[in-house]
Write a protein of this length. Sequence first.
Length: 237
Amino acid sequence: MEFFYCKNLVFEAENLLDENESIHLIQVLRKKIGDTIQVTDGKGQLFEAIITKASSKKCSIFTNSLLKKVANEFSYELHMAIAPTKNIDRFEFFVEKATEIGVHSITPLLCEKSERKVINQLRIERIALSAMKQSGSLFLPEIKSLTKFAAFVELHKGKRPLICTCSGERTLLQDTIDLKSNNILLIGPEGDFSAKEIELSKAAGALPISLGDKRMRVETAGIYVASIFNMVHQKNQ
């Protein structure tokens, strides 16, 4: 059964769906007042709800039953900070696939060599939402705002983030994964991080890592990382 999403969902209360979810529910699926649907809060909970108000762009529901509650989807947490690609379609493809595979939060990263310096955050959030629903997950990744590299490093200073780079002494990604910790992983733009950025991250406690012998596109690297974490998780179940 298809389910819907409602931010800040409250149990046993009337909740308002956003415009996009309302349009899909009423105009596309032709649902009406009194119909029962399933709705998630994107935080691991799935509810049964009854439509109480229905219009083309505004729909209210009353959550009357908790169908499922999952504390954690995976045994690990993965926060990926990644430079958006010049061709935004490729970055959006990464967000879609990483959400389907498993990622907890994504920070678009603004680096010295970044060719794309602006993004439509609302569109990226909608792509993540669609991917969550497509994959049947009850967890919606948090899409953070575009952040400058130095600011991101300072914010996570001392947390041992992993920085993917193509040069210098590096540790293989598979040898660094800790399923019991909050993993923070940085992926740079085409052409890699600058030498200054790598040194800045190392001074803040980051560990340079390698994804293997082949040089990957930005979106490929992001999907690869998400896949490796997922496979290690599945193997340890």
